[in-house]
Design a protein around this ligand. Structure first.
Ligand SMILES: Nc1ncnc2c1ncn2[C@@H]1O[C@H](COP(=O)(O)OP(=O)(O)OP(=O)(O)O)[C@@H](O)[C@H]1O
Length: 710
């Protein structure tokens, strides 16, 4: 029976397709399910046409609706067809004419390449290339290339390249598996590493020695599960068309799949990677996997840092695990909420300004003469971080990471002030966030664990007391903790390594390198903000993490920057930019505008409202509304994503935000940590953008932009 399968590049178009086009795709799929091969080729509505002048006669087009065509792989053998992409008639036809399908002789997967563009590009680059020894892949032998699945045509084309930048030009046209191999080699990975991390993963257990029939497309299509979805059920297809997230349950890339669906880890496991590498998606799939084997009566905790992230995890899990009774076995909440639940306390959490006043009051009682900021940091980064219980412990402790001198003679008064502060909080029915976690950890350490597995997303910002709580929440053993995070996105001032809190992930740690969210242009620009700065690993802070090999295969325009003369002019330009996106067909809900401060967000809301742009404020658990542009602080944007993002108010005095940075004279180390967090904040904000990024300021630009050479 004929069948229409779906290529991942079609799925990537899904959230931009209009309803009638989606309906056309559904109807076409239905025809493939119900007609014979002969009827299909004759069907006047479908017009499964061969194209005159096509580079590959297996690539045809079908009619989707009036004016819209689909490019289809119609293999000469077998009866499974693949919808590659849809679009306006002429555009799709001219794309289809240039493509060629082949079966990779090593991975056995179907690959599509833009052979015409590659053939046009290659001679031009060959003419300007230096001698063979100075080219990009000079150190990799032809034999090794063949072992990794690079075929003769790609080899000739790859051999002309002299730089990673040139590879980026060719990359979108290369066959997919081969492109990935070349990108890893170009990023400095050895042939053995590429075999292990890329090719062997795609082989998914198949024997590489087994001969491959590169003419057998029917078999190859089924061996390309990470790029081609064979959908047999109309409800499943409706799901994919209606909820683009559903597409990602069909296609995890091999390295994501390997991490998420590994039957079991012998202990805690970790996945790291730059923004948009799919860490959250992998964490959600891991929960799905763990649910399938969860013993009766046991539960899973899925947790993250903020309420908005927890709301996003909840929605993600709903899309992935349909059965509500199964989902109910997962508690999804912030670590702070979990701590509150463990203590089942009525005490209310305190907030920044309130704590400041309370530190001042406590200091008055004890006669401490330093600043409230010093006290708050000493409590958080020394007393709670090291879990110090007595003055003797505090007196003897090493104040790791603190850059302010504190003679032993002054420790007594600091300790007494901390005691005064905590006693007064308790007496007034209040609690500090991290203090609650420390108390809850103590309680759980006495009472015993509550979960079979704990899965943590955005792990980079958790404090040691929060880790102690999570550690105590689950018994040590196989699959106890699964941790996803990125040290480059640390935007709160907790700096902790998993090793230091007794969570060992050595040998069970994977770094993701492919970004699925942003275009390469956005990624390179944003990564430039961090270049040359060390970032301690999540697992072990004596080693540095790296963005080596971090890349995207999506392409688009370069980010736009705009410096205005004053604040009003900056907002006018923003309104114009947002209007431009809307006029170009971007839906309001696909646009996010963020700023460092709440007051700038307020002004943005007002200005966009004046321009008749529907707006909604991101706060607490709200992650936006379909019909309105989301406006929020950079902190609120953590973990979210939008098709187009404007980051505004990136001015010298707003970023770094003076109030958030400890003066170097008070504490040199804390000053550096705070500055790094402010820089990461800008990086996090910019990497929320998928297709379009706009960054603006008024007056002097932020030093972070200047240092990145913007
Ligand atoms: N294999 C894949 N194919 C296509 N898209 C994917 C794939 N994996 C993830 N994505 C998409 O990429 C985007 C980023 O994924 P996700 O939010 O999980 O990344 P992340 O690493 O957690 O990002 P961040 O650290 O920036 O919050 C999402 O839109 C997700 O649906």
């Amino acid at each position: 029976m004929p069948r229409l399968a779906f290529d991942i590049s079609f799925c990537a178009q899904l959230d931009k397709l209009q309803k009638p086009v989606k309906k056309g795709v559904f109807d076409a799929w239905h025809k493939f399910e119900s007609l014979t091969l002969e009827q299909l080729f004759r069907d006047p509505g479908l017009k499964l046409e061969a194209l005159k002048g096509a580079k590959d006669k297996q690539i045809r087009t079908i009619r989707i609706d009036q004016g819209t065509r689909g490019a289809v792989l119609a293999p000469e053998s077998g009866d499974t067809f693949v919808l590659l992409r849809v679009g306006p008639h002429d555009e799709t036809t001219s794309w289809a004419l240039k493509q060629k399908a082949t079966v990779n002789s090593v991975t056995r997967a179907v690959e599509i390449r833009d052979i015409q563009t590659l053939e046009e590009l290659t001679p031009a680059y060959e003419r300007i290339a230096p001698g063979p020894e100075r080219r990009l892949f000079a150190k990799v032998s032809d034999g090794d290339m063949t072992t990794l699945g690079i075929d003769g045509t790609t080899l000739r084309q790859a051999r002309v390249l002299t730089s990673v930048e040139q590879l980026e030009v060719f990359a979108p046209f290369f066959p997919q598996d081969q492109r990935e191999v070349l990108e890893y080699l170009a990023a400095g990975f050895t042939v053995d590493e590429v075999w292990r991390d890329v090719v062997a993963v795609s082989l998914a257990g198949a024997d590489p020695a087994e001969p491959v029939d590169t003419g057998d497309y029917a078999a190859a299509i089924h061996r390309t599960p990470t790029r081609i979805a064979v959908v047999t059920d109309s409800d499943e297809l409706r799901d994919i068309l209606d909820k683009p997230f559903a597409a990602w349950r069909v296609f995890l890339n091999p390295s994501q799949h390997k991490v998420a669906y590994r039957p079991s880890y012998s202990g805690s496991a970790q996945v790291t990677g730059g923004p948009g590498t799919g860490k959250t998606v992998v964490a959600l799939h891991r929960v799905r996997h763990l649910l399938r084997q969860l013993p009766e009566g046991e539960r899973i905790l899925l947790t993250s840092y903020t309420n908005a992230l927890v709301a996003a995890l909840r929605t993600g899990l709903e899309a992935l695990v349909e059965d509500e009774s199964v989902r109910d076995r997962v508690d999804i909440m912030t670590v702070d909420a979990f701590a509150g639940r463990v203590l089942s306390t009525d005490r209310k959490p305190t907030w920044g300004a309130q704590e400041k006043t309370r530190w001042r009051q406590a200091a008055k009682v004890t006669g401490f003469t330093g600043t409230e900021r010093f006290l708050a940091q000493e409590y958080k980064h020394v007393v709670l971080a090291q879990n110090l219980r007595t003055y003797e412990e505090y007196e003897a402790c090493e104040r790791h990471g603190r850059g302010s001198a504190l003679p032993v003679s002054r420790r007594r008064v600091v300790w007494d002030t901390v005691q005064e502060f905590t006693a007064r909080l308790a007496a007034d029915g209040l609690r500090s966030h991290i203090g609650t976690c420390a108390e809850a950890a103590d309680l759980l350490e006495r009472q015993g664990p509550r979960y079979r597995h704990v899965v943590v997303d955005e792990a980079q910002d958790l404090h040691p007391a929060q880790w102690r709580l999570l550690r105590a929440a689950v018994p040590e053993g196989p699959d106890d903790l699964f941790v996803a995070g990125d040290p480059h996105q640390r935007i709160y001032d907790s700096k902790v390594s998993l090793k230091a809190v007794g969570i060992r992930v050595a040998g069970r740690s994977t770094r993701m390198r492919r970004n699925y969210r942003s275009t390469q242009e956005i990624l390179s620009w944003a990564t430039g903000l961090l270049v040359g700065r060390p970032f301690a690993e999540l697992a072990d802070d004596s080693r540095d993490d790296t963005l080596l090999g971090y890349r995207s295969s999506l392409h688009g325009g370069r980010p736009e920057t705009h410096g205005a003369a004053d604040a009003d002019a900056e907002l006018d330009a923003l309104a114009e930019r947002v209007r431009g996106w809307l006029d170009a067909g971007v839906r309001p809900g696909e646009i996010g505008v963020c700023a460092r401060t709440v007051s700038t967000c307020d002004r943005v809301m007002e200005r966009l409202r004046d321009a008749d742009v529907p707006v909604t404020r991101l706060k607490g658990t709200a992650t936006g509304r379909a019909g309105a542009v989301s406006v929020g602080t950079m902190h609120a944007f953590k973990g979210l994503e939008y098709r187009c993002v404007a980051v505004v108010g990136v001015c010298a005095e707003a970023l770094p935000f003076a109030k958030a940075v400890t003066p170097a004279d008070d504490d040199r180390l804390q000053h550096e940590t705070d500055l790094a967090a402010e820089r990461c904040l800008l990086f996090v904000a910019c990497t929320r953008a998928r297709d379009g990024l706009y960054v603006s300021w008024w007056g002097e630009p932020s030093r972070f932009l200047v240092e990145a050479g913007v």
